[in-house]
Design a protein around this ligand. Structure first.
Ligand SMILES: Nc1nc2c(ncn2[C@@H]2O[C@H](COP(=O)(O)OP(=O)(O)OP(=O)(O)O)[C@@H](O)[C@H]2O)c(=O)[nH]1
Ligand SMILES: [Mg+2]
Length: 361
């Protein structure tokens, strides 16, 4: 990874931490070809962090990658005496989800993801736990803490899956109702913070919360677009954003939340044209779509935040560091009928509505 990429990833991690409500006190980038087997980052780096944190009072070390359960445990052992605990990127994302989930379904999904993330850690700490081991309470001889925990988690997981099935059935009924009313549906998807909720609001006057945070939306919201010329109505749904290195356990957990959106007749893939990582973000979204079998859906690429892109001549979108001319994007993404909008100012929204109507109306 280039130093530039490392800095970008660091700033994205800072954004995630801000979304969680945390403050970053010490930042470090580790240059290493191969992660340390035991502690992922080198022990020298860990010492540096401990040293710099003296007097600052940070209480969490966040490693911006997915750690093996053992590695989390080992770093934890090294820093515990300094009042620090360790999270990996998944812990951080899960904590954000936990904090922001509002619907029952979203909460259940997160609980499930949490359990699935926890499980292997418990096995990873197996040795330590089984050293304390022995039976618990009146349980049979030989039943270690670990087996007990494993069974407990399994039971919890099953109960949540059952609850989620119920939520899914309710959704299924709603969807069938819409089909009976012959309502077409549009799903808004895209990288987190691309402006999906803002676009839903611009298209439907819905008034859902849009915020300069990653993952400000965690559930699915539905609004209606009215077409004055024909009196037709189309339903639009907005959902959780995608992010690079979203672990598969999280994707699987959010599958049913996403399902509502990806089962739509048409997808609007919202892209933040002002983001220097625009092209990578498009790829990330496509990769995740492939994982949830939604790649073949008819899709329109909606390049958003066009107001932020300084326009030097009418046909050119410029931004320091990004110089994508509209015509290049039009050509490159030709099969996704690219369109250019600003959800904030409303520029391009009527054209997008027309395009939606032409495509599925
Ligand atoms: N300048 C400008 N800002 C925009 C535009 N659209 C959205 N934003 C801002 O971008 C930020 C993210 O917008 P959201 O609509 O919450 O993005 P989202 O894709 O729903 O984000 P998550 O739900 O967190 O994944 C907010 O601060 C918006 O005000 C736009 O067209 N122009
Ligand atoms: Mg949103």
């Amino acid at each position: 990874m280039s130093p530039k990429d490392a800095l970008y990833r660091l700033s994205e991690a800072e954004n995630l931490i801000r979304t969680y409500g945390g403050v970053v006190l010490v930042k470090k980038i580790q240059k290493k070809q191969v992660p340390n087997y035991k502690t992922y980052i080198g022990s020298g780096k860990i010492d540096e962090i401990i040293e710099e944190n003296r007097g600052l009072g940070a209480n969490i070390i966040i490693v911006n990658n997915e750690l093996k359960p053992r590695q989390t445990y080992n770093i934890g052992e090294l820093v515990r005496g300094h009042g620090l605990t360790v999270w990996d990127r998944i812990d951080l994302i899960l904590k954000i989800f936990q904090k922001h989930a509002t619907t029952k379904e979203a909460r259940l999904e997160i609980e499930l993801a949490g359990i699935r993330h926890m499980g292997p850690r418990i096995f990873g700490m197996g040795m330590e736990l089984s050293r304390q081991a022995g039976g618990i309470g009146t349980r049979g001889v030989g039943e270690t803490n670990i087996e007990f925990m494993r069974r407990h988690l399994k039971k919890m997981e099953e109960a949540i899956v059952k609850d989620l099935e119920k939520c899914k059935k309710v959704r299924e009924l709603h969807r069938a109702g819409r089909r009976r009313r012959h309502l077409k549906t549009v799903g808004i998807i895209g990288y987190t913070n691309a402006g999906k909720t803002s676009l839903l609001n611009a298209l439907t006057h819905k008034g859902a919360l849009a915020a300069d945070k990653l993952f400000s939306t965690l559930d699915t919201r539905v609004g209606k677009i009215y077409f004055e010329n024909t009196g037709q109505q189309i339903l639009v749904s907005d959902t959780i954003g995608f992010i690079q290195d979203l672990p598969t356990t999280l994707i699987n957990s959010f599958r049913s939340t996403l399902e509502e959106t990806i089962r739509a007749d048409l997808l609007l893939h919202v892209i933040d044209i002002s983001n220097p990582k625009m092209t990578d973000n498009i790829k990330t979204v496509r990769t995740i779509l492939a994982q949830i079998d939604a790649l073949a859906k008819p899709t329109i690429y909606v390049f958003n935040k066009i107001d932020l892109a300084r326009s030097e001549e009418k046909s050119t979108v410029c931004k320091p560091g990004v110089n994508k001319s509209k015509s290049v994007l039009l050509k490159k993404y030709n099969k996704f009928s690219p369109c250019f909008v600003s959800a904030s100012t409303g520029e391009g929204i009527p054209e997008l509505k027309n395009l939606i109507q032409q495509t599925i109306g």
